[in-house]
Design a protein around this ligand. Sequence first.
Ligand code: AMP
Ligand code: GLY
Length: 422
Amino acid sequence: MRILIVGGGGREHALAWKLAQSPSCEAILAAPGNAGTADLGENLAIHDSDIGGICSVAEERRIDLVVVGPEAPLAAGLVDALTERGILAFGPTQQAAQIESSKWFAKQVMQSAGVSHARGELFDSAQAAHKWLEILGPDDLPVLKADGLAAGKGVIVPDHIDDAHDAIDQMFAGAFGSAGERVVIEDRLKGMEASAMAVVSGSDILPLPLSCDYKRIMDRDQGPNTGGMGVYAPPGFVGEPQDVFADVHQPVVEQMDSGGCQFHGLLYAGLMIDDGAMNVLEFNARFGDPETQAILPLLDGDLLPVLEASARGEALPRDAISHSGRASVSVAIVSGGYPGPYETGKPILGLDAIDESVDVFHAGTAIDDDGRTVTAGGRVLAVTAVADTLAEARGIAYDNVRRITFDGSFHRTDIALRELES
Ligand code: AMP
Ligand code: GLY
């Protein structure tokens, strides 16, 4: 098969890396890709949200399967557009992608499916939202969410009720564009977060290992949120993985199916676990980034027939992949200044000094005019190690992280430490 991966981050490099190992894979193309995907195939200078451009190139280049990485093209209807042209695509339709692109849609599905989640209300005016905050009272701090997609920035967890009122004003004043025209105010939950991903084909689900990502820039979860600073798998605090998928994914996909909104693609549940009690915070309609960089190296077997069956709407071939039962740790190396402003174009040194057993997934990288691999984004690389124990995986990952340098490079030093200390 000739495969086109849409996107250019670490998740897309990890998908390209795993799919390139399939005996059925003839070629990998990426739009737009990065230096990592260029190494596995061909990068195309097409933006991941250019629906017309992706459809045309998929026809011209005789692509057999398009695998969509990011949420924005899914929410914009890329899979629908490809399907109309007769091109097979992995990912949900625009309608089914609402499980991620509308927080309120997701809540209604969970409500109907009887899935435990943070309860919330929907507001379409600042006045009504302010009034609700007053009813809640100053000690009852909620979480505010722009209903639509806001590039991961639409969730506000205020420290003070005045901050909540300010956030409401900003959201309705257009801080998140049309995504903030409707705002969900929901109960604030406490606990530890985990990510649960499954490949879905209608009501058939194939669970992947659970994982835990680190969102804050600094050690001990200090500083602002980022796109993800590292991941480990599996987390020990979640309970039985099969219970998560039976209690969350299965009822949700059955509810969507019966509601005429069948889901095909990757369903990701963001969970909050408190003393064994599990609630869903959000759904994503795509592979998690950076979770994918830690999970795919744990899978034995061929992922391609699984994604293909999901795209065709067929039963998922359960025996195609298995989990090794081992542990993985993935550490992101980022540009100095990230998640604020940062410089790019810094040559990356040490990529040839990495252990053979370790995978380095590229995110913001490019090849410069002199043929050097240089930085091209905030999150630059993810270094993933797999081993029999989490402690071993962590040791190997950091040993290799230290061999890679570029001007201003930064990484967290405590990925997976919390789990090992507890
Ligand atoms: P989301 O985009 O929904 O994952 O939200 C981003 C982050 O906000 C989550 O990873 C949580 O850390 C936090 N968050 C979201 N919803 C809640 C909630 N109901 N209670 C507490 N924290 C939340
Ligand atoms: N790691 C969180 C996400 O992919 O949205």
